[in-house]
Design a protein around this ligand. Structure first.
Ligand code: HEM
Length: 135
């Protein structure tokens, strides 16, 4: 039986990047509409989808000699690690908002910081792969 994880890395990566961005769009939409149960459900799906995207990104990276990309390689790794760790922040600020709605503004600012970091990570990662030599 063919499973999801047997997808060709480039296809799997692009597919799950688009799915993750769609889930994140839904997270922002439902956040602004104050649809809390759907907001939280979409957060779970976005994080799961992000995990699958990272899995395919790593498999994609194995097909290239990333060292040949030069400075963009450590720059991308920095953003990739920082962004992944920073996903904890909207979880903490989201819980803080449930406890006290006054914290909603802080949660929104953190959420947009995370979204911006996600875009920077995707752009630097794509750039890195595009300038690397394929093995
Ligand atoms: C990537 C993760 C997340 C993003 C991008 C995000 C984004 C947002 C945005 C844009 C808003 C609207 C803020 C406003 O109206 O000014 C919002 C509201 C909210 N979010 Fe999130 N959020 C995320 C994760 C979470 C998590 C993990 C929780 C809870 C554990 C949470 C709980 C809430 C709550 C309670 C509200 C207020 C809804 C209301 O007005 O009743 N969020 N979120």
């Amino acid at each position: 039986m063919t499973s999801l994880f047997q997808l060709e890395p480039t296809l799997g990566f692009l597919l799950f990047l688009v799915i993750t961005l769609a889930f994140l769009g839904g997270v922002v939409f439902t956040g602004f509409r104050a649809k809390r149960p759907i907001h939280l459900t979409l957060v779970v799906f976005a994080v799961l989808s992000l995990g699958i995207t990272i899995y395919f990104a790593e498999r994609l990276g194995e097909l290239y000699d990333l060292e040949t990309a030069g400075m963009i390689y450590p720059v991308h790794l920095f953003f990739a690690k920082t962004t992944t760790a920073a996903y904890l922040l909207p979880v903490l600020s989201g819980i803080a908002t449930i406890r006290n709605p006054v914290r909603k503004n802080l949660h929104r600012r953190i959420a947009f910081l995370i979204l911006a970091l996600t875009v920077v990570t995707a752009v630097t990662g794509t750039w890195m792969v595009m300038v690397s030599e394929r093995l």
